[in-house]
Design a binder for this molecule. Structure first.
Ligand SMILES: [Zn+2]
Length: 347
């Protein structure tokens, strides 16, 4: 076989193995799963951004422009059937990437049509996820996310709603948004995270993306989160890296997102390998797949190529994704059994 054909065949085999690798996706925004075409934002003039000719995904200069685009796309989702479709498609894409469980983050501030009907919002998503689970066998949990820059009273009102309504589908509390614009907000959000934890909810937080290592430290020490969304700039503080490794705090890393939003200059310059090699538990995720033109399989394959990850490392990353997910204990056990079977490990 010619060298090129041999290389192609090896890479196809690897992608196929990664696709069948049982895993979870734990850092996925509902807002990043709105197809631009479905809300009329696939036209550059109307969207105010350019599009990648290869993937059809929009291009963003920075996090601020990206968040502005999200707001405009989500504001155009006004019908329950649109939400059901978005939710169903999340499970379909997950299944095609070998993802057995997904934690989906939703931030009510991005959905103006639903701000006064969060119960209805979650109910319509629930219908879509239920149908998707029946058809594709993928389980889905929701995390309600607060915004770093929103007034304290608005964050408190959202947590009030969550703790009173307690929809079965919503199992966690998160916080996201532009940390660089918000400054250090750990003290402000800490009481809300304590309330959520006391009520039996899971917790995670965006940090170490637009903030430096101090944001990651605040998420761990003030919000006491179970896992950190991104967290990659922890790498700038060796003591913090050692702490994350020692305390087994998982980071749900999104390499393509970080490259696309300019957090790192290239995948080769991404600190995920440095963090992993230092003993930090990392999973790979897409963040906003429809806006970045990314996929879970693509994240694993590209990291494997860039950092020379073998199957045991890819399996370990998949294991972190399942163990750090907010799936039920039973579902996590099922997926871990599937993973061990795939890796040929006896239990
Ligand atoms: Zn994110």
């Amino acid at each position: 076989m010619p060298v090129d054909a041999e290389r192609l065949s090896a890479s196809t085999r690897q992608a196929s193995w990664v696709r069948r690798l049982p895993k979870a996706e734990v850092h996925l925004h509902l807002e990043g799963c709105v197809p631009p075409a479905a809300v009329g934002l696939d036209d550059p003039a109307r969207a105010g951004v350019t599009f990648d000719p290869g993937t059809g995904a929009p291009r963003f200069r920075d996090l601020a422009e990206f968040l502005g685009f999200l707001d405009r796309a989500c504001a155009l989702v006004t019908e329950g059937t649109q939400l059901e479709h978005i939710a169903y498609e999340i499970t379909r894409r997950a299944a095609s990437n070998g993802v057995g469980h997904t934690d989906v983050i939703f931030n009510p501030t991005h959905w103006p049509a639903w701000r006064t009907d969060l119960d209805g919002f979650v109910e319509r998503l629930d219908h879509g996820f239920e149908a998707g689970e029946a058809d594709h066998g993928v389980t889905t949990a929701l995390c309600l996310s607060l915004t770093r820059t929103q007034p304290a009273a608005d964050s408190a009102a959202l947590v009030d709603w969550l703790l009173e309504a307690r929809p079965d589908r919503v199992v966690g509390l998160s916080v996201d948004g532009n940390e660089a614009a918000a400054g250090r907000t750990g003290q402000r959000f800490a009481p809300l995270f304590t309330r959520a934890r006391s009520a039996g909810l899971h917790t995670c937080a965006h940090a170490g993306e637009s903030s430096g290592p101090e944001g990651v430290r605040d998420a761990v020490e003030l919000l006491h989160v179970e896992r950190v969304d991104h967290g990659i700039r922890a790498v700038e503080d060796p003591a913090l890296v050692a702490k994350l490794a020692a305390e087994a705090v998982p980071l749900d890393v999104c390499p393509t997102s970080n490259v696309r939003l300019g957090v790192v200059s290239s995948l080769a310059a991404h600190p995920v390998e440095q963090l992993r090699a230092a003993g930090v538990r990392v999973s790979l995720n897409t963040d906003d797949p429809l806006l970045f033109g990314s996929s879970v399989v693509g994240e694993y394959v590209q990291c494997a190529r860039t950092f020379g990850w073998d199957r045991s490392i890819l399996g370990a990353v998949a294991r972190v994704s399942i163990e750090s997910s907010f799936a039920t204990r039973e579902r996590r056990r099922e997926l871990l059994c599937d993973l061990d079977d795939h890796l040929g490990l006896a239990r």
